[in-house]
Design a protein around this ligand. Structure first.
Ligand code: WTA
Length: 662
């Protein structure tokens, strides 16, 4: 397992600080220690109780778990419900219409306060407009929006109709958007003229236009929110303004009850091949685990807490812990459009002070960035409202964890390091505040109702104190139901490595107490700033450029972003690739990747090499390239077809064309 431990995480394994819960916190916590035993005794019964307790069903379910079609689970399958009704209407019906659902903070400081009653009207209007544009139950809708209230309205409007949404992160390129629209056969795209980022209007609509000009598409209409007021190109008959259709629609709409197993959304994520996977989730089980985990892990008190998850709706965290979990639980939350340093580096802390945020959920990369900026920045603000802090997206190094607790949490707040994936739909492994004695850097224990462990190459659970692969051993309610349009790939990707076990793709270790420490991906998936990127996808973007003959991409440890993309390329002398200056090669290829996939996929560094290290069967040995990229002594190269290749690469690195870029 040694070469699967990303550099910089070794110190995880010698971390021995402990933070027991305070007795005051424990006394008021939503979940108690006995939940583990109760859930273990009868897992499906535990989840059935959560489903009944946390959701309203138009038709109550009697079936709980049907695993006969493994690896596709069915949960609560004879029940019917509507996700938007659960997230919005029922709170209004219960007399809580005046409670704030969303405190929206625009990057430029514009704000909007949306109560649950407002949300019901906005979502109903959007649902009526979508229906008028021809969207029916079962149709797919692509959403390409900044983090503005309309993004939440649109997702819930889709859910209200039973039309699965496919949110595409606004940072993805036209090319990426096009392939996702086509794969999901989306009928409608909802976008905006642009959004505000880093103090400027950043256009979105042109990417939609470019995507739809690429070829045949199933799209009938493009619904456009005016956010920035910038000029947009217009296709008559296809494009419609939000202000003309949604704002004028009726604010009454009856939610469509769907089967518990009706698809709620598709979300594309990177896999180990060039083609992104459309992970799809269904309604009843997903909402059950979203609501339960949100309440248990963050100790949510809906009447008094102000919750803020900094994720964009383009990622699973934005789906489960901005939209569905908090709203189903009737929480009050903050959503913020912009970046943490606009207009100044204290922006987040200012927002926490302003809204008295009590629960903050963010990513290690953001915490490390704030550490770099210095603790004098957050210390200027009153952060005393905070009572629980969460982390997600990548392993958090103990130093960042301890800083987060001390500087942001005033040495007082529990920290929950939550492990999960787009595929798992909701949190799987995490401490419980008020219950678990936390360890900086460890996600620790599977939640009540979740069965996960660490196994060796032969699928045997490893003893405490050893490392291996993280697997989930029993079906869980919010598990993915497959890959859209490709159930064979679903079975192959997650269920073939170990028989009858869900293989997460992560390396992990159990410490002497049996607590789980995540060690990063063991496959060809990278994690940059908590965002998943596929090495293969970036390699194929690189070789689609005429200068590039071959490319190999690795994720190298990076102090701030966790991992960074480092590419090794062989240029084609015959295509003019050999004649460029090193700078020109860097810039051109980095921009090319941004255009093909999106700016987040841009390599930090591109190294021009003469050869790539390959095994006799032709497989690129990324492990060796990672050693080079992380400036380590190159490991065992005996299985290389040509052992001199690594010497050549090492020599080449001191030559022109191998310049590093920061
Ligand atoms: C990584 C994000 C360590 C992991 C919710 C996983 C983590 C991938 C943690 C999923 C954590 C997420 N500790 N690693 N607390 N949370 N990961 O699908 O490698 O964007 O497989 O879901 O992120 O990324 P995804």
């Amino acid at each position: 397992m040694t070469d699967t431990t990303p550099g910089g995480l070794e110190n995880l394994l010698s971390e021995d600080r402990r933070f027991p819960p305070s007795s005051e916190f424990a006394a008021q916590a939503n979940v108690h220690r006995d939940a583990y035993a109760w859930a273990d005794a009868d897992r499906p019964a535990f989840w059935a109780e959560q489903a009944r307790d946390l959701l309203d069903w138009t038709t109550p379910f009697h079936e709980v778990l049907d695993w006969s079609g493994a690896p596709v689970a069915r949960w609560f399958a004879d029940g019917r419900l509507n996700a938007a009704y659960n997230a919005v209407d029922r709170h209004v019906e219960a007399g809580r219409g005046d409670r704030v659902a969303l405190h929206f903070e625009g990057e430029g400081g514009d704000t909007r306060t949306i109560t649950y009653a407002d949300l019901q009207r906005e979502v109903s209007k959007a649902a009526n407009a979508l229906a008028a544009l021809g969207v029916e139950t079962g149709d797919r809708v692509a959403i390409y929006l900044p983090l503005i209230p309309e993004a939440v309205f649109t997702m819930l409007a889709c859910a209200r109709i039973g039309a699965p949404h496919s949110v595409v992160f606004g940072g993805f390129s036209a090319e990426a958007l096009y392939s996702r629209i086509v794969d999901a056969e989306a009928k409608l795209v909802v976008t905006a003229d642009g959004g505000f980022r880093r103090g400027a209007a950043s256009a979105l609509k042109p990417a939609v236009d470019e995507a739809l000009a690429k070829g045949e598409s199933p799209v009938e209409h493009v619904l456009v929110v005016r956010r920035t007021g910038q000029d947009v190109a217009w296709t008559e008959g296809r494009d419609v303004w939000w202000s003309d259709t949604v704002d004028t629609a009726s604010d009454e709409h009856t939610p469509v009850a769907v089967d518990a197993e009706h698809p709620l959304f598709i979300l594309y994520t990177s896999g180990t091949t060039g083609k992104p996977k459309g992970i799809f989730h269904t309604t009843g089980g997903y909402l059950t685990q979203a609501a339960y985990t949100h309440k248990a892990v963050f100790d949510l008190k809906a009447e008094t807490d102000v919750y803020w998850c900094t994720a964009d709706i383009g990622w699973i965290t934005g789906h489960t812990y901005v939209v569905y979990g908090p709203l189903v639980n009737g929480a009050t939350q903050v959503i913020y459009e912009g970046t943490p340093d606009t207009p100044h580096r204290g922006r987040w802390w200012e927002i926490i002070e302003k809204y008295k945020v009590s629960i903050l959920y963010t990513a290690p990369t953001a915490i490390r960035t704030c550490m770099k900026w210095g603790e004098e920045i957050p210390s200027k603000f009153d952060l005393s409202s905070l009572r629980v802090l969460g982390s997600v997206g990548e392993p958090i190094n103990p130093e960042a964890w301890v800083w987060y607790r001390r500087v942001i949490g005033g040495d007082r707040t529990p920290i929950v390091d939550t492990w999960w994936q787009t595929e798992t739909g909701a949190i799987m492994i995490s401490p419980l505040p008020g219950v678990t004695t936390t360890k900086p850097g460890s996600a620790q224990v599977p939640l009540p109702g979740i069965a996960a462990t660490v196994v060796d190459d032969d699928a045997h659970p490893v003893p405490d104190g050893s490392g291996g692969y993280l697997v989930v051993t029993e079906p869980w309610p919010s598990m993915l139901r497959g890959i859209w349009g490709d159930q064979e790939r679903y079975a192959d990707t997650y269920w073939s490595r170990f028989k009858d076990l869900y293989f997460a793709g992560d390396g992990a270790k159990k410490d002497d107490d049996g607590d789980i420490w995540l060690l990063g991906r063991v496959d060809d998936v990278m994690n940059v700033s908590g965002h998943r990127l596929s090495t293969t996808e970036i390699e194929s973007a690189l070789v689609s450029h005429p200068w590039v003959a071959e490319a190999a991409v690795v994720g190298a440890t990076d102090e701030t972003t966790g991992q960074a993309v480092v590419a090794f390329v062989i240029l084609r002398g015959d295509a003019g690739g050999g004649e460029q200056s090193a700078d020109e090669v860097q810039t051109t290829l980095r921009n090319h990747v941004a255009k093909e996939i999106g700016p987040i996929a841009k390599p930090r560094q591109i190294l021009v090499v003469a050869e790539l290290p390959k095994t006799r069967s032709g497989k690129i040995m990324r492990r060796l390239l990672r050693d080079v990229a992380e400036h380590r002594q190159v490991g065992d190269a005996t299985t290389l077809a040509d052992a001199s290749v690594m010497d050549l690469i090492a020599q080449g690195l001191s030559a022109p064309g191998a310049k590093q870029e920061d």
